[in-house]
Design a protein around this ligand. Structure first.
Ligand code: HEC
Ligand code: HEC
Length: 290
């Protein structure tokens, strides 16, 4: 029920004349300054709609008279970064991996580039920290199947391992002594005991002694008589505690019966040479480079 304006007896403020169940509405207008800010915001908003991209249309949007676009800004900064990198990449292309290591500035750039290329291309097999998995070697230690100088690492990455795609790939093939019937069961058991012995593990001494002869005859050509391996053939050292596929009796038996045949792609066919060089320098610097 509307009545004529009256003053509220408690606060002395006029009422609006609105009343509900005896509760009266006081007439407290919005402060001037607040209203002016509101009007200014409305004017600003209209100006903004005109100047900047604002309203969605069916298949596009109003572009605004200033032509502002985040996409263009990103494309420009990518272009700038590419130009800044280009001079480094040209220098890396022209340098050998040893030259890169000798130049601290170039090395810094190559390590950063190598780290990101590793995360994209290599971590799915070798792990994010390059610590490897069963069958995929740890690249942080100083045990190298194919050699740990930066040149050897570069060659391995560039040409790959046991891949048909690159004629220069690292290649070797351990015979499947059990599957192909090259050794008797007895001989396999014995040579496995011998391998346990030379790697400092618990073993049956009598059988290991029998296994030594088998080892010298069948395995030493690749793993050497000492069992310390041969990087020319990618034949692992069997005397350290570092195993690619596991060093217990079961894993060793499996290796001798079925052999192993680890394959790595030839990265030189997929990545440009500057990237392969940065990867080689990065992997070499991981801790175990020689
Ligand atoms: C598809 C899986 C796979 C991917 C991806 C992969 N590797 Fe490998 N890599 C292997 C395997 C398997 C071996 C071991 C081969 C063997 O048994 O000799 C290996 C071995 C290596 C070796 C030799 C280690 C040694 O001890 O001599 C290097 C170096 C290496 N990888 C670097 C890289 C780099 C750098 C990348 C990324 C560009 C990469 N790998 C990506 C599977 C992979
Ligand atoms: C023609 C060369 C060659 C001969 C002969 C050979 N090996 Fe190998 N062996 C290799 C290569 C190469 C690898 C690594 C394969 C890979 O990385 O996939 C290997 C891997 C192994 C492994 C796995 C090591 C690990 O770190 O997991 C064991 C164990 C092994 N050999 C034992 C033997 C024994 C025992 C004999 C003799 C009965 C033998 N090998 C004969 C080349 C050979």
């Amino acid at each position: 029920m509307a009545t004529s304006p009256e003053k509220d007896p408690f606060s002395g403020i006029e009422t609006t004349g609105h009343e509900w169940d005896g509760i009266k509405e006081l007439n407290n207008p919005l402060p001037r300054w607040w209203l002016w800010i509101l009007y200014a915001c409305v004017v600003w908003a209209v100006g903004y709609w005109i100047a900047m991209p604002a309203w969605p249309l069916i298949s596009s949007y109003t572009k605004g008279v200033l032509g502002h676009s985040q996409r263009v800004i990103i494309a420009e900064s990518i272009e700038q970064a590419k130009q800044a990198q280009a001079q480094w990449l040209t220098r890396i292309e022209a340098a050998s991996v040893a030259d890169i290591r000798a130049d601290p500035e170039l090395l810094d750039f190559a390590l950063a580039g190598g780290r990101s290329a590793f995360a994209v291309n290599c971590s799915q097999c070798h792990g994010r920290g390059a610590a490897g998995f069963k069958g995929y070697p740890n690249l942080n230690d100083d045990a190298w199947l194919w050699g740990g100088t930066v040149e050897q690492i570069y060659f391995t990455i560039k040409h790959g391992i046991r891949t048909q795609d690159d004629p220069d790939a690292r290649w070797s093939q351990m015979p499947a002594f059990g599957k192909d019937g090259l050794l008797e069961r007895e001989q396999i058991g014995a040579v496995v005991e011998y391998t346990l012995a030379i790697s400092g593990q618990e073993h049956d001494a009598d059988r290991a002694a029998q296994g030594q002869a088998v080892f010298v005859e069948q395995c030493a050509a690749c793993h050497l008589e000492s069992g310390t391996g041969n990087i020319e053939l990618g034949a692992p050292n069997l005397t350290d505690a570092i195993w690619l596929y596991g060093g217990d009796r079961q894993a060793l038996t499996d290796a001798v019966v079925n052999a192993r045949f680890g394959v790595m792609p030839a990265w030189g066919l997929k990545l440009d040479d500057a990237t392969v060089k940065q990867l080689a320098v990065y992997v070499h610097a991981l801790g175990g480079g020689q």
